[in-house]
Design a protein around this ligand. Structure first.
Ligand code: SIN
Ligand code: FE2
Length: 215
């Protein structure tokens, strides 16, 4: 662990969650303002929307995407698509600041040459949650997942390779980045219901960027 004990109060240390999984505390803090500006650029072309699960439920987390491929859910299933189903247009391009951060975080976690082609942007309002799931709609599992937390804090659940394995509760704050890949790539994960609050950067929301190599 390397902590900056005497600097300002930007956290900067790593916490291993197991083989192939690490939390990079505060890794995205230096670019958080630029990331949020880029999120606004993406959502002006591809607004947040509440997708419907294959089971017919409206997801509490609002979502959009950028990059060559976007994750989508509807009553027919989950998939990656080049086009935004709402507009019929390609998803907005992945902003450079996103790509650079995702590559740097992956490299720092030991995954060199990560080139994501998909960024799912999740927006949580108070009460919104994401139940335990595996990320397995991607074509190959050799690339890691890079997940960037912005805004209100949340509790991330990080489970095992089986749904009923006990999940660790990992508090995540603005600027924290979680990377999981290799032996951890298919670990179950989720997010507990967001607690209400006001974050100085984005108000009453949590926004999470999930970078993946999907195609
Ligand atoms: C995800 O699993 O797709 C995102 C998790 C998060 O929002 O932290
Ligand atoms: Fe996920």
């Amino acid at each position: 662990m390397t902590a900056d004990l005497f600097g300002d109060d930007v956290p900067n240390w790593r916490e291993e969650l197991g083989p192939g999984a690490v939390v990079l505390r505060g890794f995205a803090v230096p670019v958080a303002t630029a990331l949020l500006a880029a999120v606004n650029g993406v959502t002006s072309a591809a607004p947040f929307r509440h997708m419907i699960t294959p089971g017919g439920f409206r997801m509490s987390v609002a979502m959009t995407n950028c990059g060559a491929l976007g994750w989508a859910s509807d009553p027919t299933g989950y998939r990656y698509d080049r086009l935004d189903p709402e507009s019929g247009q390609p998803w907005p391009a992945m902003p450079d600041v996103f790509l650079r951060l995702a590559r740097d975080a992956a490299a720092s976690a030991g995954f060199a040459d990560f080139t994501p082609d998909a960024c799912l942007i999740n927006r949580y309002e108070p009460g919104a949650r994401l139940s335990l799931h595996q990320d397995k709609n991607e074509r190959d599992y050799t690339a890691p997942i890079v997940s960037v937390s912005l805004g209100l804090p949340a509790v991330f659940l990080f489970g095992g390779s089986r749904r009923d394995d006990k999940a660790a509760r990992v508090p995540l704050a603005h600027g924290d980045v979680v990377v999981w890949g290799g032996p951890a790539r298919l670990r179950y994960h989720g997010v507990l219901a967001l607690k209400a609050g006001i974050h100085p950067a984005i108000g009453e929301y949590r926004v999470n960027l999930t970078f993946r190599k999907a195609g």
